[in-house]
Write a protein that binds this ligand. Structure first.
Ligand code: 5GP
Ligand code: ZN
Length: 114
C-alpha cells in the first residue's frame, strides 16, 4: 500500500533501525520506545491488523511470532522474559494500520491497565 508507513519502512523508503529480517517479516526498533527494548515486528505484506492477518495468512502470523522470539534471543531477553502486544482499534490506541507486533522487554515491565 503506497500510503502505509510500515509498507514504506519495508520498502526502504523510510529509514528504520532493523534488528532482524526474514523472507516474510521485518523487525525494527520503535521510534518512541516504551521499554528499554521496544521492537516492532511486521509482515512484509500489508495486512490491516493481527486479526485480518490471522484469517488471511495464518502462516505469516506464525512467522511474525517466530521473528519476535528470534528478536528476544538476539536482544538477550529470552530467559528474563518479555511482552508481545498487538494493539487493535481505538481503545488500544492503535495508530498504524499495518499489522505489527510490539516486542517489549530488557527490564522489569509494569502491569497492564491504564
Ligand atoms: P500502535 O499504537 O499502532 O500499536 O503502535 C505504532 C507504533 O509505531 C508506536 O509505538 C510508534 O512509536 C511507532 N512508530 C510510529 N511511527 C514510526 C516510525 O516512523 N518509525 C518507527 N520505527 N516506529 C514508528
Ligand atoms: Zn502496509
Amino acid at each position: 500500500m503506497s500510503d502505509c508507513l510500515f509498507c514504506k519502512i519495508v520498502a526502504g523508503d523510510i529509514p528504520a533501525t532493523t534488528v532482524h529480517e526474514t523472507g516474510t517479516t521485518l523487525a525494527f526498533r520503535d521510534i518512541n520506545p516504551q521499554a528499554k527494548v521496544h521492537v516492532l515486528v511486521v509482515p512484509k505484506a500489508h495486512h490491516e491488523d493481527a486479526a485480518a492477518l490471522g484469517v488471511a495468512d495464518p502462516q505469516l502470523l506464525a512467522d511474525v511470532v517466530a521473528t519476535a522470539a528470534k528478536v528476544a534471543r538476539l536482544e538477550g531477553m529470552d530467559e528474563a522474559g518479555y511482552r508481545l502486544v498487538f494493539n487493535t482499534g481505538e481503545h488500544a490506541g492503535r495508530t498504524v494500520f499495518h499489522a505489527h507486533l510490539h516486542v517489549l522487554g530488557g527490564e522489569q515491565l509494569g502491569l497492564f491497565g491504564r
